[in-house]
Design a protein around this ligand. Structure first.
Ligand code: ADP
Ligand code: ZN
Length: 628
C-alpha cells in the first residue's frame, strides 16, 4: 500500500486505502471543542480530515504553511482521545508561550525542559502519570532519555505530535540529529497515532520525513502554500535603508515587524538607526549574550509595536500572530528561505507585507560567501543554483505569487492582484534584439563560459583570456556596445531566470542555450524585459497609508480602548497580549459591539474559558464606550 506519491505535484490528501470513515460522533465532538474551547466557527483547510484521521488512530503527515493552523490538528485529538498528547518540539524558548496560550483556553498543558527546577519537573511528571495533562511539550533530546522513556511507558498517551518535522532533514538548515532517532516511537508505541507537521514544502524533505520517521503508512495532507493576505514587494537599487524607513513610516507606523539583515554588524547598525528614528527596535543575532537575546525576543512577543532587527538566527517557530511586516535588507539565499522568513508575517490572516530591497553588492557577497565556504562542490553547486532561482524571482515582470507557488509545484490560475508586479506593473522594454545578441554570443563562444566573460566579448574587451581563446575574432565580438556591463548582466540574469539559458551544473557557471532560446534566435518570438531602475530613476510613488485592520472611524477609538484593556490583562498575567485575544477578535468586538455574553460568544476567538475569565470586563468596557 502506498500512501505517499512521490510524483505528486498538487495539493491534496493521500489516504491509506484501508481507512474507514470516522464515526460521526467523534467529529461532532471535535467541532464542539473547536467552538467551545477555541471559539472558532469552522475548520480550516484539511484540519477536519486530519483530526478525523487521528481520532481513528491513523498516522498523519501534515504540510501547511506558517499560520495555517497546524497546532489545532493535534490539540483537538489530544483532548478527545484518552491520555496525554506528547508534543515534540525543538523550540524550548517558545514552549512557555505555547503552554500559556493553552492554559488561557482552560486546557491542562505543561512542558518539560531544562528551564524547569527539579521540583516543578517532578510535579509535571507526576501529573503525567496521574493522567492529569491534556498536552505535554518536550524537546526531542529529553524525550529520548531512559528516564523519560520509562515514564512514558507507564503513562497513558493519546498521540505523539512531531512539530517542525523538517528538522530530520540533513539537507535543511534546521537539522537536529535527535529528530532522526524519533523513529523509535514507531516501534515502542505501536498503537499510538503519530502526526508529523512542517511548513517546509519541498519534495526531498517530505520524502525524508516519511523515511526517517517511518511514516510510510501515514495519510499525507498537503495544503496550499498560498498566503493570500501577504503582499509581496521586491526592489533592487540604492539606499535600501532609507527606502525601508519610508516604507515603515508610511505603512506600519505602530506595528510589530521583523527586519532581516545578512550580517551581525548590519543588524546592530540598523537597530540603532531605527531607534534614532523613534521606533522601538531591538537587535537579535547569535553573537549577542543569551540573556539579551531572550529579553529581546520576549519584548517583541509581549509589547505592542516592537521591531526586531535580526539575522536569520531569529524566527523559527516564532508564532506571534500579529507581525505586520517582514522586511529583508538583503537577498535571501533561496526561495525556500525567502518564503519561510516572509511567512512569519500575518499569521492571523490580517493584511501583512513582505518587503525586500537589495542591491547587486549583496549578490556578489553571497556568491563570495558560498565560494569561500568549506562545503563540498556538490553543496556549493546546489546553493548557487538556489541563489540564481531567487534572483529570478526578483527580476520577474509577472505575478510574484504565481512564481512562488509554481516553485512549490502549485498552480495559481490568475495573477494575484496583491504583489508589487500586479499592483504596479514594472516598466519593460523590447529586449528582443539584445537577447538575440546575448544568446548568439553564448553560442559563438562555445557555451562554455559564464556571464562575465560573455559580457566582455559583447563589449569587445580585448583581454588576455579572450585573446587566448581567439574570441576577438568571433562574429559577436563587440556587437553589444549600446549597453554597459551592468545592463548586460541584468539581461543575462533575466534570460537565465526565464529559462532561455541554463546554468551548467558543473558549478563553473557556464551558460547553455535551452530549447526556448531557439524561436527567439530565429526571430519567431519577441521578448520584454524589466527595466532596471537607474540611479536617477525617480522615487517610487509610495502607497497610501493603509490601516492594518478594516475598522470604521467610529470604531477605532473603541478598538484602542479594547487593546489597552487587553494589555493590562496581559501584564497582570505575565503573558503576551495576543494570548488573551488576537487583534482580529478585538476588531470584531469593536465593529459588532456585543452587549451580552451570548453575543460575545459569537465572536471568533472567544471560547468558553475566555468568556468566563474576561467576558464581563470586555462587555462592560464596550457598554461604557457607547454611553460615556
Ligand atoms: P501554524 O502552527 O500552522 O503556523 P497555528 O497553529 O499557530 O499555525 O495557527 C495560526 C493561527 O490561526 C492561530 O492563532 C490559531 O489559533 C488560528 N487558527 C487555527 N485554526 C483556526 C480555525 N479553524 N479558525 C480560526 N482560527 C484558527
Ligand atoms: Zn501578483
Amino acid at each position: 500500500m502506498t500512501t505517499y506519491q512521490d510524483s505528486c505535484e498538487e495539493t491534496g490528501v493521500f489516504l491509506p486505502d484501508s481507512r474507514h470513515t470516522v464515526h460521526p460522533v467523534n467529529m461532532a465532538s471535535a467541532r464542539q471543542v473547536l467552538n467551545d474551547t477555541f471559539g472558532y466557527h469552522d475548520f480550516r483547510h484539511h484540519q477536519s480530515d486530519i483530526i478525523a484521521n487521528l481520532l481513528e488512530g491513523g498516522d498523519a503527515l501534515v504540510l501547511m504553511p506558517t499560520g495555517g493552523g497546524k497546532s489545532l490538528c493535534f490539540q483537538i485529538p489530544a483532548l478527545l482521545r484518552a491520555g496525554t498528547g506528547i508534543v515534540i518540539s525543538p523550540l524550548i524558548a517558545l514552549m512557555q508561550d505555547q503552554v500559556d496560550a493553552l492554559r488561557q483556553l482552560g486546557l491542562r498543558a505543561a512542558f518539560l525542559n531544562s528551564t524547569l527546577d527539579g521540583r516543578s519537573r517532578q510535579m509535571i511528571e507526576q501529573a503525567l502519570l496521574d493522567g492529569e495533562l491534556d498536552l505535554l511539550y518536550i524537546a526531542p533530546e529529553r524525550l529520548l532519555t531512559a528516564h523519560m522513556q520509562d515514564l512514558l511507558q507507564r503513562a497513558s498517551i493519546s498521540l505523539f505530535a512531531i512539530d517542525e518535522a523538517h528538522c530530520v532533514s540533513q539537507w535543511g538548515h534546521d537539522f537536529r540529529k535527535e529528530y532522526q532517532q524519533l523513529s523509535v516511537l514507531a516501534e515502542r508505541y505501536p498503537g499510538v497515532p503519530r502526526i508529523a507537521l512542517t511548513a517546509t514544502a519541498d519534495q526531498r524533505t517530505r520524502a525524508e520525513i516519511i523515511e526517517q520517521l517511518r511514516l510510510q503508512q501515514a495519510a499525507v495532507f498537503i495544503n496550499s502554500f498560498d498566503r493570500p493576505n501577504i503582499r509581496y514587494y521586491i526592489s533592487e537599487g540604492r539606499n535600501p535603508r532609507e527606502r525601508l524607513w519610508r516604507f515603515i513610516q508610511a505603512e506600519h507606523p505602530g506595528d510589530a515587524g521583523i527586519v532581516y539583515c545578512l550580517s551581525r554588524n548590519k543588524v546592530e547598525q540598523v537597530a540603532d538607526w531605527l531607534c534614532g528614528k523613534g521606533r522601538v527596535a531591538l537587535a537579535y543575532h547569535a553573537g549577542l549574550p543569551e540573556r539579551m537575546r531572550r529579553e529581546h525576543q520576549q519584548r517583541f512577543l509581549q509589547e505592542d509595536g516592537v521591531v526586531i532587527v535580526a539575522t536569520i538566527a531569529f524566527g523559527m517557530g516564532i508564532d506571534k500572530p500579529d507581525v505586520r511586516f517582514v522586511a529583508h535588507l538583503n537577498l535571501p539565499k533561496s526561495v525556500e528561505a525567502y518564503y519561510q522568513e516572509t511567512g512569519r508575517a500575518g499569521r492571523d490572516g490580517q493584511p501583512a507585507d513582505a518587503w525586500m530591497a537589495y542591491n547587486l553588492q549583496d549578490v556578489i557577497m553571497l556568491r563570495k560567501m558560498m565560494n569561500d565556504s568549506d562545503a563540498d562542490d556538490c553543496f556549493k553547486r546546489v546553493s548557487s543554483h538556489k541563489l540564481e532561482t531567487m534572483l529570478g524571482l526578483c527580476d520577474l515582470t509577472s505575478c510574484r505569487r504565481q512564481a512562488l507557488l509554481a516553485y512549490f509545484n502549485e498552480h495559481l490560475d490568475e495573477p494575484c492582484g496583491n504583489c508589487d508586479t500586479c499592483l504596479e506593473p514594472p516598466r519593460t522594454w523590447d529586449a528582443t534584439e539584445a537577447a538575440q545578441k546575448a544568446l548568439s554570443c553564448v553560442f559563438r563562444t562555445g557555451q562554455r563560459f559564464g556571464v562575465n566573460y560573455v559580457v566582455e566579448v559583447l563589449l569587445g574587451k580585448e583581454d588576455a583570456r579572450i585573446q587566448r581563446n581567439g574570441h576577438q575574432r568571433a562574429t559577436t565580438f563587440g556587437i553589444g556596445r549600446e549597453h554597459n556591463a551592468t545592463e548586460w548582466r541584468s539581461i543575462f540574469r533575466q534570460l537565465i531566470a526565464q529559462a532561455y539559458l541554463d546554468i551548467d551544473p558543473d558549478g563553473h557557471g557556464s551558460m547553455q542555450l535551452t530549447e526556448k532560446a531557439r524561436p527567439l534566435l530565429r526571430g519567431e518570438a519577441r521578448l520584454q524585459l524589466r527595466h532596471q531602475p537607474g540611479p536617477e530613476k525617480k522615487a517610487r510613488r509610495e502607497r497610501s497609508s493603509r490601516p492594518v485592520v478594516e475598522l470604521q472611524p467610529d470604531d477605532q477609538s473603541l478598538f484602542e480602548a479594547l487593546r489597552a484593556h487587553r494589555l493590562q490583562l496581559a501584564k497582570q498575567q505575565g503573558v503576551p497580549p495576543y494570548v488573551i485575544f488576537h487583534d482580529s477578535t478585538l476588531v470584531e468586538m469593536a465593529a459588532r459591539r456585543p452587549h451580552s455574553e451570548a453575543e460575545l460568544r459569537g465572536i471568533t476567538g472567544v471560547g468558553e474559558t475566555k468568556l468566563d475569565r474576561f467576558g464581563r470586563s470586555f462587555i462592560e468596557l464596550i457598554a461604557a464606550h457607547a454611553d460615556p
